[in-house]
Ligand binder design. Structure first.
Ligand SMILES: [Zn+2]
Length: 113
């Protein structure tokens, strides 16, 4: 197999990589091919969309969020301590932080009416 040269992408995205064809890097070449090989080159890259925050759906998750809110009202704000008390990972505590913040914001909006 012959590998392509290292190129700066011909589409103008400033990406450098292996030439996947016509001077485009793989991501742009695939996008171009998928778009039906238009003469003007690949369509622009899609903007990065951040994922929506974690939202508790299960009863267990809702209970955990309530426990989190209770503990923070008691003044427990240390992430490691919260993870220990709630019996979940620190990563999940960060999800709870986000979810609680989103809840507070929606409550403020409702209260402002
Ligand atoms: Zn490109």
């Amino acid at each position: 197999m012959r590998y392509g040269r290292i190129v700066t992408c011909a589409c103008g995205c400033k990406e450098t990589g292996v030439n996947a064809g016509f001077g485009y890097v793989a991501a742009c070449y695939d996008r171009w091919k998928r778009a039906g090989r238009p003469k003007e080159g690949p369509p622009p890259r899609r903007d990065y969309q951040p994922r929506p925050p974690w939202n508790p759906v299960q009863d267990r998750s809702k209970a955990l969020l309530e426990d989190y809110q209770f503990l923070t009202r008691q003044g427990v704000t240390d992430i490691d301590m919260l993870a220990d008390r709630l019996g979940c990972s620190t990563r999940h505590v960060w999800r709870l932080v986000q979810a609680a913040r989103a809840l507070d914001q929606s409550r403020e909006k409702a209260g402002a009416r």
